[in-house]
Write a protein that binds this ligand. Structure first.
Ligand code: ADQ
Length: 483
């Protein structure tokens, strides 16, 4: 068996240029962690963009960068500023992202950015073809690279290719509005296996394939020429051990070892033992429903005024895609809403919302997860939502309540959470009330079951089961072709 080649928009390392030298720092993100079991040893290669445009990389550092990346089993695809604009901020994040999250009105259909998307996908495919041998296994990730599978297939008809989509695949009625819908489907169908987080996305995809391309679909197999393409769902898990152990260590620390954030949280808790923290963590993205959540919080405070001065909402929003106008508008809307609600309800001793607009080190994330009585995650649409799983993994004493949107892929596997419709303020207010008043035993009973499931189906299992399924599919397809 050959090597495994992983392809994603971004590499699992971050480059930093300082003092004329280069440092490559491994990323700690979900995908990088999840792929660890696949991307380890000398038998794998990760191809992606380094995060720096050609204009940002001094020519004399090119070789040094390649060396630094190769130490991490990585190889870069070089992109110009213009390509990043058209491919990443353009087609990926102004067309596909909003469309696939059902924000049809935000989707821009621009020929230029579609053309750049094609050009850049070709660059990725060429970078793979340059490194790939016939017996290698290729795993392509996410919506930025949907044309890559077919581009490889054309040159290497027998190579094993898997594709995983990390965001939802929308219903046929939404997907059909894309001017390049057939090209996108054809691009994906270069794969042997196409994976989604949940069965609903799989079903939507199959329906689009049937209706737009007229291909024969039987259960989760697509028949295309003499090939069979398998479609399946693989709900992504988390590195459970990493979160639960960090939380355990956190609990063992003495007060002097607490972070500044933790000390602030403690101070608030000791001054009022009945106080409750509600936690909301997301990238600042319109799909996450942060603005709606703020309106819902205001609604809750009006409906249950006895919780004024008792409940505090902590919002952590990570800056994201700030070049895209919708994200700038959303940032302004959230700033204003937080200001207005705090202005309306604050008292001398209480501010209802603590708002952080930044990325936080892992340690502080654990501070927040472990200190919050309720995690309140209400995306309007979310492929999976790993924050929900991370919160549960850090609850070492099994207390804590998760309020989760039905529109998150993770809701499918987290039935013990309190599931809500993020547009129903009445239901949300009542659910916050229910969460605040849920008996400890019930919290523990629900979390016990959630934890068992998350521990078992962790991110490593996710990656392994995708790879196993891809290899099995390849064998099945080869047998079918030779018939
Ligand atoms: P995202 O939209 O980025 O991912 P999510 O799955 O919630 O959403 O992952 C966010 C990650 O960022 C979590 O691991 C979290 O710990 C981390 N994070 C959040 N806020 C942070 C902060 N302020 N500082 C530091 N880290 C922070 C996309 C899809 C999701 C899908 C994932 C994986 O949109 O639906 O679950 O990919 O497939």
């Amino acid at each position: 068996m050959g090597k495994t080649i992983i392809i994603s928009n971004r590499l699992p390392v971050q480059l930093q240029i300082s003092n004329g030298g280069i440092t490559a720092i491994p990323s700690v993100g979900g995908l990088a962690t999840g792929m660890k079991s696949v991307h380890s040893g000398g038998d794998s290669l990760w191809i992606g963009w380094s995060g720096l445009t050609n204009e940002e990389i001094p020519e004399e550092l090119e070789d040094e960068i390649d060396d630094a990346l190769s130490k991490h089993g990585s190889s870069k695809v070089s992109l110009t500023e213009e390509e990043v604009e058209g491919f990443y901020f353009g087609f990926s994040n102004r067309t596909i992202w909003p469309l696939f999250h059902y924000f049809l009105e935000y989707s821009e259909f621009e020929l230029d950015s579609w053309n750049t998307y094609k050009t850049v996908n070709k660059k990725f495919a060429d970078a793979i073809l340059e490194k790939a041998d016939e017996d290698d296994t290729i795993w392509v990730h996410d919506y930025q690279l949907m044309l890559v599978p077919q581009m490889i297939r054309e040159k290497r008809p027998n190579i094993a290719i898997g594709f995983f989509l990390h965001i939802p695949f929308p219903s046929y009625e939404i997907f059909r509005t894309l001017p390049w819908r057939k090209e996108v489907l054809e691009g994906l169908l270069g794969s042997d296996l196409i994976g989604f987080h949940i069965y609903d996305y799989e079903r939507h995809f199959l329906s689009s394939v049937r209706r737009l391309l007229g291909l024969e679909v039987s259960f989760n197999d697509i028949y295309k020429g003499n090939r069979i393409i398998k479609v399946d769902s693989f709900p992504m898990g988390i590195d459970y051990k990493k979160f639960s152990e960090a939380a355990k260590k956190h609990g063992e620390r003495s007060p002097e070892q607490h972070s500044e954030l933790q000390q602030r949280l403690n101070k608030h808790k000791t001054s009022d033992p009945d106080a409750k923290f509600l936690l909301s963590i997301d990238r600042l993205d319109y799909s996450k429903g942060i603005a709606k959540r703020l309106y819902a919080f205001e609604y809750f405070l009006n409906k249950y005024p006895q919780y004024k001065e008792k409940v505090r909402l902590i919002i952590l929003a990570v800056p994201s895609r700030s070049n895209v106008p919708q994200y700038q508008l959303l940032k302004r809307e959230i700033d204003e809403l937080v200001g207005r609600i705090n202005g309306e309800f604050s008292t001398v001793s209480w501010t209802p919302i603590w708002y952080f607009y930044r990325s936080m080190p892992f340690e502080n994330l654990i501070d927040l997860y472990t200190s919050s009585d309720i995690a309140w995650l209400t995306p309007l649409r979310d492929g999976m939502n790993l924050v929900a799983k991370e919160y549960i993994a850090t609850r070492t004493d099994k207390t804590g309540v998760l309020i989760l949107s039905e529109m998150a892929g993770s809701a499918n596997e987290m039935n013990e959470a309190l599931l809500i419709n993020p547009n129903n303020f009445e239901q949300i207010a009542d659910t916050i009330y229910e969460a605040i008043n849920m008996p400890k035993e019930e919290q523990q009973h629900r979390n016990e079951q959630l934890q068992q499931r998350l521990r078992r189906y962790n991110v490593e299992k996710w990656a392994q089961s995708f790879m196993n399924s891809l290899l099995a599919q390849k064998e099945r397809d080869a047998a079918h072709v030779s018939k």
